[in-house]
Design a protein around this ligand. Structure first.
Ligand code: HEC
Ligand code: HEC
Ligand code: HEC
Ligand code: HEC
Length: 195
């Protein structure tokens, strides 16, 4: 009798554990890892210099901008004291603003409009095998949280809610931030896939 109680308790406990971990996997968010992580594989000319192109762009400086005089003037008009601390400004000027702490990896550094503002939080797609699988068409980008951005994504920030908005032309603006993988390199993946 006693043995039976112990047994059913153990069984119930195991069920609880199983349920608990299932719920956890379902809820575990993709985490933001920060641009320095992407740099390890998206840096050389052969790869397409994505990190240095980004670093030279206004996106990389978007947090810094909030500390400047132009920002102070915009903020003053709205009665905001420090734009670098105001939700009303940070929501478009930094990556991962307002997300739950568990969606930020230990490596994440809050700074500007980083890769993951446009490509989605990277913890589940940034492994070499996963990245290659996406490029060769074997893994669906969305299934691991990778976003291949379009105009719709840009206008999430480039819109009239931006106090300095002067319109947004996707064709023109996407040329200014272009950072493609070189064609020869991409062709290699297609070849590997068909072989
Ligand atoms: C461990 C290496 C590695 C890391 C880290 C990494 N990538 Fe990649 N990524 C690759 C490789 C390899 C490819 C395939 C293209 C190539 O060879 O350049 C790729 C391809 C991509 C693509 C194109 C996918 C497609 O549709 O073809 C995007 C977008 C991308 N990476 C974004 C990122 C972002 C953003 C980060 C940081 C969160 C990141 N990557 C981190 C190795 C990496
Ligand atoms: C998370 C918000 C956000 C998203 C998403 C975003 N941007 Fe931006 N973008 C900004 C901010 C903020 C600035 C201004 C940064 C600064 O000057 O400090 C900016 C500036 C720019 C600039 C430089 C300004 C200029 O007139 O030359 C270009 C070009 C640009 N974005 C293109 C794009 C494109 C194309 C997309 C979509 C693929 C995009 N942005 C998506 C927030 C965003
Ligand atoms: C402002 C938004 C934005 C930011 C910031 C951004 N990207 Fe992109 N990225 C794009 C867009 C738009 C494309 C083109 C998507 C397409 O062609 O379908 C792209 C394409 C790519 C590609 C694939 C290129 C190809 O030829 O298929 C890679 C790799 C990539 N980005 C990596 C990065 C990395 C690494 C960073 C940060 C260092 C970064 N991106 C920052 C918007 C962005
Ligand atoms: C809806 C998104 C969004 C919000 C909210 C936002 N910005 Fe921006 N900000 C942008 C974008 C996109 C750009 C670049 C293009 C433009 O000016 O619209 C930008 C550019 C800027 C610039 C550079 C303008 C220039 O002409 O060089 C300053 C300064 C600035 N923002 C300050 C602020 C301040 C201060 C706040 C808060 C009161 C704020 N922004 C809120 C999206 C936003």
């Amino acid at each position: 009798m006693r043995g039976l109680i112990v047994l059913s308790c153990v069984a119930a406990f195991a069920v609880c554990l199983a349920l608990g971990s299932a719920a956890q996997t379902a809820e575990k968010p993709h985490q933001y890892v920060g641009a320095a992580k992407c740099k390890t594989c998206h840096q050389t000319a052969a790869q397409g210099s994505q990190h240095s192109l980004w670093q030279k762009s206004q996106h990389a400086k978007a947090f810094e901008t909030l500390g400047g005089q132009a920002a102070a003037a915009v903020a003053k008009e709205k009665g905001i004291e420090d734009p670098q601390k105001a939700d009303e400004c940070l929501k478009c000027h930094v990556t991962g603003h307002g997300v739950k702490p568990e969606a930020l990896a230990a490596t994440f550094v809050k700074d500007g409009v980083q890769c993951e503002s446009c490509h989605g939080p990277g913890s589940d797609y940034m492994k070499m095998a996963t990245m290659k699988g996406i490029t060769s068409g074997q893994i669906e980008a969305a299934s691991v949280g990778l976003v291949l951005p379009s105009e719709k994504m840009c206008v999430g920030c480039h819109n009239e809610e931006s106090p300095t908005f002067k319109g947004f032309n996707y064709e023109e603006m996407s040329k200014k931030i272009a950072h493609p993988v070189p064609a020869e390199r991409k062709a290699q993946y297609k070849k590997e896939k068909t072989e």
